[in-house]
Design a protein around this ligand. Structure first.
Ligand SMILES: O=C(O)CCC(=O)C(=O)O
Length: 295
């Protein structure tokens, strides 16, 4: 927060130039508390995502990375099963992670995107092990987050902040997105039997044709709508790629992913928050399968 270094543009790699054009500013102060600029907000609304450079100084990310190592050494934190070394609900497993999910810099960046008010829907640590073929299929987070049998889970502004703990690029499995896809509703999807993010949109071929990679330097973050089509490929490098993901939604909703919900900013005029708004896990709308429910 106090470390202020001046940098310019952040994206790396060939196709990253697109992201760079959209995010580069004359100069940004690393770690500065700021809202999205008018251009960044317009890009988010038009494309369904925006890359924001210089949000965290590297040493802060290194500290979080060490905390992840510590958490994975403790029994009960590794999600295991089809999500080995993922950590779900990470803000409830570590004070440092809780502070990170509520960090004033993230709250300020999403303030004009998520409204009215602000709440945590869920958090997770998503790793991509070294030399792994661990793909995350093309999907929309809303397919996991919105439960058609529960209208109270419907959100207009839900989104995620994707914080890579080290530089993310095409070789180690950066995010890929389809610009503008957040405006197309929830696309039909099917269940994959392997890989991660298994509620795979049916129009995978279309996604691959229109996708762009979002390589980002450590310290940059990606804001993307819960409706935006996204995925990530394998990690062909010798080091793990880790991303800390916080999903936020408007403060007027009283439910997130089960007990993970936490109100951060009350909507103007809203009644006081209930003490503990726990919502039970609901079955997945597809074939009653719950193994990818992200609860
Ligand atoms: O970090 C990644 O590789 C993608 C994770 C993701 O899209 C998700 O968990 O919904």
């Amino acid at each position: 927060m106090t470390n202020v270094t001046t940098i310019t543009g952040t994206a790396v790699g060939t196709a990253g130039r697109t992201a760079e054009r959209r995010t580069a500013q004359a100069a940004v102060r690393v770690g500065a508390l700021r809202k999205l600029s008018a251009d960044e907000l317009a890009a988010y609304e038009r494309d369904g995502y925006v890359v924001v450079p210089g949000v965290f100084p590297p040493e802060e990310l290194e500290e979080i990375d060490r905390e992840i190592d510590r958490l994975l050494d403790e029994p009960g934190n590794d999600a295991g099963g089809i999500h080995p070394t993922w950590i779900f609900k990470i803000h409830q497993k570590s004070e440092m992670a809780a502070r990170f999910a509520e960090d004033a810099r993230l709250v300020a960046l999403v303030a004009d995107v998520v409204r009215p008010g602000l709440a945590i829907h869920s958090t997770k640590l998503v790793p991509k092990p070294p030399r792994s073929n661990d793909v995350c299929h093309w999907h929309q987070d809303e397919a996991f987050y919105f439960r058609p049998d529960d209208p109270e889970t419907f959100s207009r502004t839900r989104m995620s902040v994707w914080v890579p703990l080290h530089s993310a690029h095409e070789q180690n499995g950066c995010l890929w997105v389809v610009p503008g896809s957040h405006k197309w509703g929830i696309d039909p999807y099917h269940m994959a039997d392997t890989g991660q993010c298994r509620k795979v949109i049916d129009r995978e071929a279309y996604a691959n044709e229109h996708a762009i990679p979002l390589p980002v330097a450590a310290g940059s973050v990606v804001l993307f709508s819960a409706w935006t089509w996204h995925h990530s490929k394998n990690n062909a490098t010798d080091t793990v790629r880790r991303a800390f993901i916080v999903s936020y939604q408007e403060g007027t909703l009283r439910k997130g992913a089960g007990e993970q919900w936490k109100l951060l900013v009350a909507a103007p005029g809203a009644p006081p928050s209930p003490a503990s708004p726990v919502s039970p896990s609901q079955p997945s709308p597809v074939s009653g399968r719950t193994d990818t429910s992200y609860d």
